[in-house]
Structures are given as structure tokens and as C-alpha cells.
Design a protein around this ligand. Structure first.
Ligand code: F6P
Length: 327
């Protein structure tokens, strides 16, 4: 029997494209099962500050295509304190919330575990919303596909000017400590090299591969650098390469937060719909402290403690393929 009468939905941590599509899906899935919905503004911070808004089917009209999140988001240290959690719980009770859909990354799920260690009467299901694609329990996080497509669009444009001017570009992409955005965009854009935190890199190896590309007649080169690359900052890496290899004029481009915005791709919208509906169904079926994710084409649930303690396996075959086809 369903004991969930009202769910609260919130986003937490960095935003990602597809969050709105996911909010829309979860709201409508809940209403469809006669479960009321409240939106919580700015994640755990809004829970503490009592920022709740009623959500109806119409409140989520015309947002499926919008980047960002209508519920706003925040990273909240106060929630990690006993006082912060108490305030949040009191507000959730005041609003009669008995289930939560938490859209965010591992910090969000860690917060949910801590909260549930003290307050056991509110079920929580998570949805992996981050462009970084670094969450265990899903092959793709919500927003990753859109972010990669944004990078592809930018790199393709940079390639035009790089080729015209016979230049070597170092393009830094986001991902925190994860190299998924870098690897996918390098593969999709035909970058001559990619530097990933998951791989041991060296300036020697990089210079060698740029020389090889030059010998094969390339007129420009693109190196995609993951922001978590351990060789150093993109500027330092470019400087070291310049000292050893001055065939090209060098430029640096840091793509930055443009990767976090924009209209979600078809893939992210469909993923958002599937994850949002699964999260609500899971709450109604009595699940808690689990994350909905996409594995082998199916939406499955993974316990929070696993998704925060394990790292998703990096796809080394894609690194090999990128190397084979880049010259
Ligand atoms: O986790 C998403 C992400 O965009 C990372 O790729 C990046 O390192 C970080 O957030 C940037 O955070 P902020 O928005 O606080 O600058």
C-alpha cells in the first residue's frame, strides 16, 4: 500500500541541463498517482529556510526544453550540521512531505544518507544530475550528453579558425576529477590528443603525438584537456609544449560554465523523463536511499552508499579508439 501522500522535489549541487525536464516528469508522475508535490527552492538550503512551493501540472509546463533549474540549486554546508538537519526536518514535516526526489550528485546523496541516519520517516530517492558523468550506478548522468554536445559545437568552431591560422589549441573542458566530457568530446571532434585524469600523461608523449600529427600533414591540432588533468593547469601544459614544439602558434580556450547551460539534448530529455518517473514509482513502492540510473538500457536503483563509495569504470577502450583514429 502506498504510504506516500506528498513528495518534495529539489535540486542540489551544480545544475545540469535536463533538470527541468526531470522535475516536470517527476511532478506529473506523482500527480498521476494522486500524490501531491512541493518544490523546494535551492535544495537543502531551501529546506532549512522553509522555501517550499506547491507544484501542479501547469507549474511545470514549458520547461522541458529549458536549461538550469526552475527550483534553483545550491551547495549547502549548513545541512551537514545537526541544527541544519533539524530545521530541514521540521520544515518537511510542516509541509507534510513524506518522500523526497533529490536531483544532484554524490554530495547530495551523502547529505541524504546523513539526514536519514537521524530522521528515518522520510524516504529519499536520488537522480544523478551532473554534467560530469562520474556517478556509480548509471552509465550516463543527466546533463552529460548536452554538455558534450555544447563542447562539440565549440570545438568544431575552434577547429575552423585553428585550421585557417595553422594553430594548436588547448581546450579545457569541465568534469571536475572525471575525464568523461574530455574523452567523449575528443572522440567526437577528432582531437589530436586528449589529457585525462584517468590516464598517466606526459609532456613527452603529448609532444610526440603532436609531431606525428604534423608529419602526417595536419594543418592544425586540438588537444582537449580535462580540468582535473594531473599534469598541471592547461596554461602550464601549453607553456611546456611550446618550449618543446614550436611548429604551431598556440592558443588556449577554457570553455567553462557554458557547458552547464543550454537546452537539454533529446537524450537528456528522454533520460530525465525515465529517471523522474522511476524515482516517483520507487518512492510509492516503498524504496528509499537509492539512486535511479541507466544501466544496459534499463532504469535501475542503486543504494546511495554504493553510488557514493564506488567509482564508475572508465571506458578504456574509448581511449584506445580515440588514439587510433586521431592522426
Ligand atoms: O560538477 C559540475 C561542475 O560543472 C564541474 O564540472 C566543475 O568542476 C564544477 O562543477 C564547477 O563548479 P562551480 O559552478 O561551483 O564553479
Amino acid at each position: 500500500m502506498n504510504t506516500i501522500k506528498k513528495i518534495g522535489i529539489f535540486c542540489s549541487g551544480g545544475d545540469s541541463p535536463g533538470m527541468n525536464a526531470c522535475i516536470r516528469a517527476a511532478v506529473r508522475a506523482a500527480l498521476n498517482k494522486n500524490v501531491k508535490v512541493t518544490g523546494i527552492i535551492r535544495g537543502y538550503q531551501g529546506m532549512i529556510d522553509n522555501e517550499f512551493i506547491a507544484l501542479t501540472s501547469r507549474s511545470v509546463s514549458n520547461i522541458v526544453h529549458r536549461g538550469g533549474t526552475i527550483l534553483r540549486t545550491a551547495r549547502c554546508q549548513e545541512f551537514m550540521t545537526k541544527e541544519g538537519m533539524k530545521k530541514a526536518w521540521e520544515n518537511l514535516k510542516k509541509h507534510e512531505v513524506d518522500g523526497l526526489v533529490a536531483i544532484g550528485g554524490d554530495g547530495t546523496f551523502r547529505g541524504a544518507i546523513e539526514f536519514s541516519n537521524i530522521y528515518k520517516d522520510i524516504s529519499i530517492i536520488g537522480i544523478p544530475g551532473t554534467i560530469d558523468n562520474d556517478t556509480y550506478g548509471t552509465e550516463f548522468t543527466l546533463g552529460f550528453d548536452t554538455a558534450v554536445n555544447t563542447v562539440i559545437d565549440a570545438v568544431d568552431k575552434i577547429r575552423d579558425t585553428a585550421d585557417s591560422h595553422h594553430r594548436l589549441f588547448f581546450i579545457e573542458v569541465m568534469g571536475r576529477k572525471s575525464g568523461w566530457i574530455a574523452l567523449y568530446s575528443a572522440l567526437a571532434c577528432g582531437a589530436e590528443a586528449v589529457l585525462l585524469p584517468e590516464e598517466p600523461d606526459s609532456i613527452d608523449k603529448l609532444v610526440e603525438s603532436l609531431q606525428e600529427a604534423k608529419q602526417k600533414g595536419k594543418q592544425s591540432s586540438i588537444v582537449i584537456v580535462a580540468e582535473g588533468e594531473e599534469l598541471g593547469s592547461t596554461v602550464e601544459i601549453a607553456k611546456k609544449v611550446k618550449e618543446r614544439f614550436d611548429f604551431y602558434d598556440i592558443r588556449i580556450s577554457v570553455l567553462g560554465h557554458v557547458q552547464r547551460g543550454g537546452s537539454p539534448s533529446c537524450f537528456d530529455r528522454v533520460l530525465a523523463a525515465r529517471l523522474g518517473v522511476k524515482a516517483v514509482d520507487a518512492l510509492i513502492e516503498g524504496a528509499s536511499l537509492k539512486m535511479a540510473g541507466l544501466m544496459n538500457g534499463e532504469i535501475v536503483l542503486t543504494p546511495f552508499h554504493e553510488s557514493i563509495s564506488k567509482s564508475p569504470a572508465f571506458n578504456r577502450d574509448l581511449i584506445r579508439i580515440a588514439g587510433v583514429i586521431s592522426k
